[in-house]
Design a protein around this ligand. Structure first.
Ligand code: FAD
Length: 423
């Protein structure tokens, strides 16, 4: 069995390590940060354990569900299926998108037809586009952005901002005038054209419990070594073979394979320039995700999740102990300070939920993840398609590799599994 080193213990590195360990390989994981999980992490705040940001998964995250099964993460959480999504308008009107089993395979169409967030004419326009999905070829939409594609398909600005934008921006973390319609269409087909794929899964426990705690235990039981707070400085090559890994603490001269599961900027620092060039790795444009957490005196919200129609805050997650508001692709919020963002979010909450009052908020925290996810644009697809997956004994993983998925947990898990499967 081979001696493998995995660099980076985000979801892609953990997935690579778990798959390698499962196949009986000897694995050492080197992680720069003291914590595991990378961009999915939790921390203590004000007596609560909160996540850096709500991570929403879908029932079509098959690789993720498999990873959680292998590593025991699934036992640590209840993954709630959300069958009813309240769409809230300014002023407090709530329309429920209720997913039913009735009339399968036409159940989604039936649900949309009954969705009274829109008048009948508008619902028919949305339905008409869903009905067309199976026959549209995503390859033909490469050059067009989501907004223009929706306009071409008879969707009004109101339908776009109150429905499609909420879906698209949170799936792709990219403004709809920039995001590729081809990528969006591929996702819509995967998500909406297979039974139950579109069901949201919400972890009931903090992210670290679900993804890293179980996985760490699993890896240790399998005899793996996990070194956190150990930053890789360089991977040295002789010809096309990685021969030495140098960290801030150690040198590793003995291994068969190395798996680099770090973001592109980190990879560019640790690999020699000619290897980065040979792998065809170029920078991908990223966008931030802003999460605002409000601790409340009393929580009068009774649903787990709310979509806000026409707001820059796309989702409100009710975590019982606190609220978590999410702004995807929130570039314009980076220049605001935390107080300003909190005030904006408070005003939006009062506008959308008239019985909510700002005096209920006892504390807040704003988490700006500046490079939360790469943007799903046409340029990013072209860059990702050209990336080589390995050179000699070096393999790469990460949500940004060519998985055909946007920057998500599922892409990270899939990339880790793919890379481990190559040896
Ligand atoms: C706020 C937020 C919300 C999100 N919401 C969702 C969501 O709802 N649904 C969803 O599916 N996805 C979501 N995502 C995306 C998801 O979190 C990422 O796609 C995924 O976590 C990426 O994992 P990764 O392993 O590819 O990269 P990373 O998580 O970035 O992991 C890379 C790891 O490498 C380590 N590293 C870097 N350099 C070195 C070095 N030199 N030596 C050693 N280690 C190093 C880093 O410390 C890190 O641990 C969200 C992301 C954020 C930030």
């Amino acid at each position: 069995m081979a001696d493998c080193i995995v660099i980076g213990a985000g979801i892609s590195g953990l997935s690579a390590a778990a798959n390698l360990a499962e196949s009986g390989h000897k694995v050492t994981v080197l992680e720069a940060s003291p914590k595991l999980g990378g961009r999915t992490y939790s921390f203590k705040w004000n007596g609560l354990k909160i996540d850096n940001g709500q991570h929403l998964m879908l029932n079509c995250y098959k690789d993720t569900l498999n990873f959680l099964n292998i590593t025991g993460g699934i036992e640590k959480t209840e993954l709630k299926n959300i069958l009813e999504i309240p769409f809230v308008s300014r002023g407090g009107r709530i329309a429920f998108l209720r997913i039913t089993e009735k009339f399968y395979p036409f159940n989604l169409l039936y649900s949309l037809l009954r969705f009274n967030g829109f008048n009948l004419r508008e619902r028919i326009k949305i339905l008409a586009l869903f009905v067309k999905l199976p026959v549209i070829n995503p390859e033909k939409l490469k050059e067009i952005n989501i907004y223009n594609w929706l306009k071409k398909n008879n969707q009004s600005d109101k339908i776009i901002s109150n429905f499609w934008e909420i879906l698209a921006v949170s799936m792709l973390n990219t403004p709809i005038k920039k995001a590729s319609a081809g990528i969006f269409l591929k996702i819509l087909k995967t998500v909406f054209m297979k039974k139950d794929n579109y069901l949201f899964l919400l972890p009931s426990q903090p992210l670290d419990e679900v993804f890293s705690v179980g996985c760490k235990k699993y890896l240790i039981e399998k005899g793996c070594r996990i070194e956190s707070s150990e930053k890789v400085i360089s991977v040295n090559f002789e010809k096309d073979k990685a021969v030495r890994i140098v960290t801030n603490k150690n040198k590793y001269p003995e291994f068969d394979y190395v798996f680099c599961a770090v973001p592109i900027p980190a990879l560019q620092k640790i690999l020699p320039e000619h290897i980065v060039e040979e792998l065809n790795i170029n920078e991908l444009e990223t966008a931030p995700i802003i999460n605002i957490h409000f601790k409340l005196k009393e929580n009068g919200f009774n649903k787990d999740i709310y979509a806000l129609m026409g707001s820059k805050i796309h989702w409100v997650f009710n975590k019982k102990t606190h609220l978590n508001l999410v702004i995807s692709a929130g570039n314009e919020f980076l220049k605001m300070n935390d107080e300003e963002i909190s005030n904006f979010a408070t005003n939006e909450l009062q506008d959308y939920f008239p019985c909510f009052c700002k005096s209920l908020i006892t504390d807040f925290i704003v988490i700006k993840e500046k490079r939360a996810a790469f943007m799903s644009t046409e340029e990013s697809s072209v860059i990702r398609e050209k990336i080589k997956e390995n050179i000699g004994n070096l393999f790469i993983a990460g949500d940004w590799t060519n998985t055909d998925l946007p920057s998500t947990i599922e892409s990270a898990v899939k990339s880790g599994r793919n890379s481990a499967g190559k040896i």
